[in-house]
Design a protein around this ligand. Sequence first.
Ligand SMILES: N[C@@H](CCC(=O)N[C@@H](CS)C(=O)NCC(=O)O)C(=O)O
Length: 254
Amino acid sequence: MDYKTPNEAKDLPGLRLALTTGLPAPWSMAARFMFDVKKISYIPVEQLGGQPNEDLIAWTGHRNAPVAMLDDEPGRTNWADIINLAERLAPEPRLVPEDTEDRIRMFGLANEIAGAGGLTYSARHSMTANMLNSGVEALQPIAERFAKSYGYTEEAAANARSRMTRILTALADQLEAQKAKGSRYFIGTNLTALDLLWASFSNTLRPLPDDVNPMPAHMRAMYEGMGDSVSVPEILLKQRDYIYDKYIDLPLDF
Ligand SMILES: N[C@@H](CCC(=O)N[C@@H](CS)C(=O)NCC(=O)O)C(=O)O
């Protein structure tokens, strides 16, 4: 991936997408998948995970990623806003269901994966707890930045495992119900943003193998650590493999 720095990108026209570099960061990868599947071009901009990112803040007002900057519109950082932006820029292929009940269910389940208090925030709270309790001096600034950025509390970390398990069960139940109706997808009969979100976020708990996902060994260990405490139902892993196989270029490039 050929990233521009925030200062190189800030005066360019069009869509600029700040992404965490060097690893398959789940919110960043999910944003990319939405734009890539719709063939919307963007300029990738570097965000350095866990770092102060002062130039990015000066330009966008945000330290973390993703941040989608379209021309002179306000930056978009929330996963749902980014899905809606992609849908606006390229209505086809549709990733947000037309049917109202399907759309509500899709955004509801997506929020379980990506929203504050959901699966991946919970996984990150337990990772943050592990870093804070590790006694490793070098990890403390990052752990403290994560704690502040993402609303970490000891209580949230203590509840993470049961919250994650309940969400994984709900996602698996949804896929089982879809399978019984003969669909390969989370919602309806076609690909939606939820399939792409799960493909990205599943990679946090169960990273894809190194040949298609060449991430640094210490980050792989950290990601695996986030998934260690939970079992991920087989149907969810099969689903993500299907989506990667059919819709996403591998190896991942970050
Ligand atoms: N704004 C996002 C969450 C973004 C987020 O959690 N980003 C993480 C993972 S991609 C990140 O930037 N981590 C690196 C950092 O905090 O420096 C949302 O809630 O929709």
